[in-house]
Design a protein around this ligand. Structure first.
Ligand code: ADP
Length: 472
């Protein structure tokens, strides 16, 4: 079932509430008016009864029924005040009965049942009347009195009022429906414009934004929030396109070098030494391409959240100690000094050991790459109250102050040619930073061009794992 639009639903809700309020108001007004008008009529009937009571009191105590009948006849017939009056004594004998009521008799009432004056509507001779019925105990007799007034005007006025209400209600309802629909359309018009612009936004025009609303209401907040979201999506999209462009560019270089080398080698026949030389070049470019692809894959997995790290308490000393030997060999090949200072007390961090090695390798690899001989690279471990700091220090070319924050960006290289020559694509530090963040740590850089660079990897310490006792 298709759902109604918000505008339509708002209008329908508005109408339902309006109709309910109109019904309550109309019915309430009708009842209040009826109550007041009947009060007036009943007051008139009560004063009639009071007159009648005074009249009965004024009669002689021992007056016979026939005497009373005579008095009533003289007083009420002549004055016309008893046109709709009937009175009978307790034993059921008539004291007075108007000509009209003789013609249209009222059912007699049992006097015991009439404790208080009771009012009711009756139709007699096709005319509406309001009657009061009352039992009076006077001079040892019980009189049952029923006195009425024609009620036509009141009934007509009330039905006229009801008619007006019923006539105007649909009209008001229609006006409210039109007004409600117009209001909701007007209030929701910006939503339509937001929807239209949002529909037109695709990957190729991500720079378009929704029209800025100045309404200061929820819709302005909505369009502002959507625009902020578009900003973020655009930035992420640009990062991805930039990343893809950079990655393709970086991959093209080693692959075209491999191709050129192979083409040159095949152009004419060569001796074995020349072929070996060409193959060595091809191998080294393929290795470069492989490591680049590995780095790209690592970042792609990190971005997609699929890179699973297996965290457990790891001893930093043990991990670093296991790495120093191979770096000592690198230092020898590169004719650089390498020293380590890993301390004596063990510091444990919650880490994925492979990822941890990778960060330190990236930092050491950079230190060796960007330190010309003669120079020194130092690996040390410092322990603070709640964190351990792995420090990689070199006496190399350094990084200018304005570039220091950028070196963690993907594909960023301070000196592109030099870095490429060293085999770097500018991805190492961004991978290192991602790993540090996954370990709730940070990497900070401190450097002075021409003097050297210090990279600090800070990781929160964790408790040492409980070692299971060896079975005897
Ligand atoms: P690359 O693979 O190019 O080394 P990185 O992301 O590891 O990429 O480093 C980014 C850039 O930061 C490098 O190209 C280099 O210019 C600079 N850099 C990193 N480490 C050092 C260092 N120890 N000394 C001088 N420059 C460095």
């Amino acid at each position: 079932m298709t759902k109604l639009s918000i505008g339509m639903r708002l209008t329908l809700w508005y109408l339902a509430i309006f109709a309910g309020a109109q019904l309550i108001f109309g019915a309430g007004m009708w009842f209040v008016l009826r109550h007041h008008v009947y009060d007036l009529v009943d007051d008139g009937l009560e004063s009639q009864v009071e007159d009648l009571e005074s009249f009965l009191r004024a009669q002689d105590k021992d007056a016979s029924l026939s005497k009373l009948q005579e008095e009533f006849g003289e007083t009420f017939v002549l004055e016309h005040s008893g046109d709709y009056l009937q009175v009978y004594a307790g034993n059921g004998e008539w004291v007075y009965r108007s000509a009209f009521l003789q013609e249209h008799p009222l059912p007699p009432v049992e006097p015991n049942l009439v404790r208080r004056a009771s009012f009711d509507d009756r139709r007699l001779g096709k005319r509406p009347f309001r009657f009061v019925t009352l039992a009076l105990h006077l001079n040892g007799r019980t009189y049952t009195i029923q006195s009425g007034v024609p009620n036509k005007d009141v009934v007509e006025a009330l039905s006229q009022f009801r008619l007006y209400l019923l006539m105007f209600a649909p009209l008001l309802f229609l006006i409210a429906a039109a007004g409600g629909y117009w209001l909701s359309r007007r209030a929701l018009a910006p939503v339509d414009s937001i929807v239209q612009t949002a529909r037109a936004i695709t990957g190729t025009n991500l720079d378009s934004r929704l029209k800025k609303l100045e309404t200061g209401d929820e819709l302005q907040r909505l369009s502002d929030t959507l625009n902020e979201m578009l900003d973020r999506i655009e930035r992420a999209f640009l990062r991805i396109t930039q990343f893809t462009a950079d990655a393709s560019h970086e991959l093209r270089t080693p692959i075209s070098l491999v191709r050129t080398e192979a083409e040159l080698a095949l152009r004419r026949s060569r001796d074995e030494a020349e072929y070996q030389e060409s193959l060595r070049h091809i191998l080294s470019e393929s290795e470069r391409a492989t490591s680049l692809i590995e780095e790209l894959l690592a970042l792609a997995r990190a971005d997609s959240g699929r890179e699973m790290l297996h965290m457990r308490p790891v001893s930093l000393q043990a991990t670093l100690r296991g790495m120093v030997d191979s770096w000592r060999q690198v230092a020898t090949i590169r004719t650089l000094q390498f020293s380590d200072s890993l301390g004596v007390s063990e510091s444990f961090v919650l880490a994925d050991e492979t990822a941890l090695r990778r960060v330190v390798n990236i930092l050491l690899d950079n230190a060796f790459k960007y330190t010309p001989s003669p120079g020194t690279v130092k690996l040390s471990l410092e322990q603070k109250t709640d964190k351990a700091v792995v420090v990689v220090e070199d006496t190399g070319i350094g990084i200018p102050a304005e570039e220091q924050s950028k070196v963690f960006e993907r594909f960023y290289r301070v000196d592109k040619a030099r870095s490429r020559e060293m085999g770097g694509a500018g991805l190492g530090l961004s991978i290192a930073q991602w790993i540090a963040q996954q370990h709730r740590g940070i990497i900070a850089v401190e450097s002075e061009p021409g003097k050297g660079t210090i990279f600090r990897l800070e990781l929160p310490l964790t408790a040492a794992p409980v070692r299971k006792p060896m079975l005897a």
